[in-house]
Design a protein around this ligand. Structure first.
Ligand code: COA
Length: 256
């Protein structure tokens, strides 16, 4: 179990918290693994009826650890744990809730598309800047985001890296409700407790009917091939170098 993932069960709710606040809860390989194991275990634990994802401190998560991406780009490691986490989210049968206090970047945003209830703070900032990183969308977001908010807004999120505020997230149908940062976790917990009291068989059947699992699996598979190619591209390498060197990337001299 990663020290940066906290798992706590209470009243039928499994709370999985990204707990690496000094790195804005960026997700390392070990964190993906622990979060996935907690999520998968929730599916078979009779005492768990609802899963709630939260972030410690001010951020939900700054997404994939860019140092891990840089290693993968250099061929030193692959990203199977990130992929397995995404697959686990997509096939989870029990309902998933998210409490988003602030930044939700990359997978931090795209995983919200797999949550059944989303609560955001007025300080929330959702972004999926895959193109700024020389990458491409994952977690079936290339299917789910345009379906939810329309092609042009989704493209602006992916290509321009335009962030979506808490207010916008609610108006666009990406979140249920906005609260103050102080209240967001408690609001999500209250919803989780209510949901935990509902007939679970009916909740699971409804969730299954509302999601086209086969289409999601196909999209995740297709995205993962493109993503793997992009990860080792010169454009991605330049983006990761620029982040490490704290300078803006320069893509214009690179071949696509
Ligand atoms: N991977 C690894 N480390 C990350 C990270 C990430 N995705 N996001 C933030 N961090 C680290 C920073 O390197 C910094 O570490 P340091 O204090 O050791 O230098 C620390 O977290 C705080 O981040 P900082 O950039 O100083 O905070 P900020 O408030 O100025 O900016 C972000 C926050 C999230 C906007 C900015 O860190 C960022 O753009 N991160 C990358 C997000 C990203 O592209 N994720 C992948 C998407 S696919």
């Amino acid at each position: 179990m990663s020290e940066h993932i906290q798992v706590r069960d209470a009243g039928g709710v499994r709370e999985i918290t990204f707990a690496r606040p000094e790195k804005k809860n960026a997700l390392s390989t070990a964190m993906y693994r622990s979060a996935r194991e907690a999520l998968e275990d929730a599916q078979v634990s009779p005492d768990v009826r609802v899963v709630l994802f939260a972030g410690e401190g001010e951020a939900f998560t700054a997404g994939n650890d860019l140092a891990d991406f840089a290693k993968a780009a250099a061929g030193e490691a692959s990203e199977p744990e990130a992929h397995r986490f995404i697959e686990a989210l997509a096939v989870a049968q029990k309902p998933i809730i998210a409490a988003v206090p602030g930044l939700a970047v990359g997978v931090g945003m795209t995983m919200l598309l797999h949550c059944d209830l989303v609560y955001v703070a007025d300080t929330a900032k959702l972004s999926a800047p895959f193109i700024n990183l020389g990458l491409s969308p994952e977690a079936a977001s290339s299917l789910l985001l345009p379906a939810r908010i329309g092609h042009v807004r989704a493209f602006a999120a992916f290509a321009l890296g335009e962030a979506i505020s808490g207010v916008e997230a609610v108006s666009l149908g990406l979140a249920n409700r906005m609260t103050s940062r102080d209240d967001v976790l408690e609001t999500a917990r209250a919803a989780a407790r209510t949901l935990a009291g509902k007939p679970l068989g009916s909740v699971i059947a409804t969730k299954r009917l509302m999601r086209d699992a086969a289409a999601l699996a196909r999209q995740i598979e297709a995205e993962s091939h493109v993503f793997a190619e992009r990860l080792t591209s010169e454009e991605a390498r330049e983006a990761f170098r620029a982040f490490a060197e704290r300078r803006p990337p320069n893509f214009v001299h690179l071949k696509p």
